[in-house]
Design a protein around this ligand. Sequence first.
Ligand code: HEC
Ligand code: HEC
Length: 403
Amino acid sequence: MLPMILAASTQRTIGWVLAVVVIVGFLVYLLFSFRIGKRELGSEVELAANRKPYFDDDELETFRLDRALVWSLVTLTAVSMILPVYWLMEPTRQENAIVDWVQRFEKRGARNFEDACSSCHGPAGVGGVAAFTLVDTEGAFVAQVEWKAPALTTVLSRFDEAEVQHVLDYGRPGTPMPAWGLPGGGPMTSQQVEQLIVYLRSIQLDQETATAQIKSGIVAGARTIVTAADAELTDATDIEAAAEAWLAQASDPTSDDYLRYGELIFNNPAAQGANSCARCHTPGSSFGAVDEATTAELIENWPKLVESGILTGWQAAQGHVGPSLEGVAAHFPTAARQEEFVRIGSEVGVGFGNARSGTGMMPGFGGRVDADVIDYDTGGDAIYSRILTPEQIAAVVAYERSR
Ligand code: HEC
Ligand code: HEC
């Protein structure tokens, strides 16, 4: 409210200053012209315009008149040409103005991003890490960890812009992501937040790159599985082939390895976990508790993790930013309903599973279909890349329902 009042009163002050300048100027003008008018300069016979001889009728009615007529024709033509041209150009001018503003926002957003975000999220949002101090409920030191800051290059595939704005305004309590917007007590105006979102649009991956990135994380998991199962497997090409073969059979819903395949998708480490489920549903996943062994190591280094209840052991899918998925099958009567939820994510005020009202903070993984997904450069339709295929969503849901 205060800035608005201030803005209104500055505008009014400027208005008053202008008005005073105009009035004073006019008075000064009157004063001088009055005095000049009073002064006697010379003989009226010589000075008055109407006393001087002008062109005679012959010249006025031929050459002079023709010239005046030609000029009026020229100006009339110009005016009549300009009007339709104006009507033709105006829509394009308006479109260009919008694109121009979007580009200006994008540029400013890029600058803000480098200043405020890239230290954690990496240059151009490719993902990074944030040093973070974990404290208990009393604020006492628990551990110093490296928290993965997810890549932001598929964030608009998972959240709509209002949801991203919410994260930027309020941050993610309990994680290193601070509040940036004024509503959350941060330093940025809503326009700066909007500029960041416009910038985020420009760094989203196309479908091919996004798919390859997600696959790279799943293959990395498969590699670990096949090398653990076969100690003789050391040659890189052999490992790659074995991992591919393992995935080919495990992704079949009738395979004994199907749930492990779903688990790989759940824990996908690519892009600093951006497209995983674990970073929000498994405690400690973002700071290195990615399996039994790494969790044990963390706890050994920082014993207070257990006392504080922050990390009491390997707690796959037991809830962090998102709720525990223990017994989630009871919330969704069929796997298909749960798959639908994972596909679109939660929406503010809309019920899901057995919850009355969503917060919008569960991402959608099946590609966004909402109205604000338009291509701002061409004005045409454009859908952001989809993260998971329906088959992958089915596998991850099967894994969750097995828990
Ligand atoms: C101090 C480090 C840090 C800074 C600075 C920071 N972030 Fe974050 N941000 C994080 C971390 C860590 C997460 C993930 C939190 C979690 O584990 O849920 C995150 C999450 C996010 C998310 C949600 C992504 C998702 O897929 O869940 C968005 C969007 C985001 N940040 C945008 C930004 C923007 C834009 C800026 C700059 C204005 C910024 N962040 C600055 C650390 C940071
Ligand atoms: C950015 C954090 C985040 C990520 C990543 C995430 N979730 Fe969630 N998830 C949530 C939140 C928050 C909720 C609660 C939704 C709400 O309150 O709006 C939730 C709820 C759920 C629920 C419903 C739980 C219940 O008891 O009804 C399921 C199922 C689920 N998530 C599955 C997944 C799967 C599968 C993935 C990965 C493909 C995933 N989540 C990734 C944050 C996340």
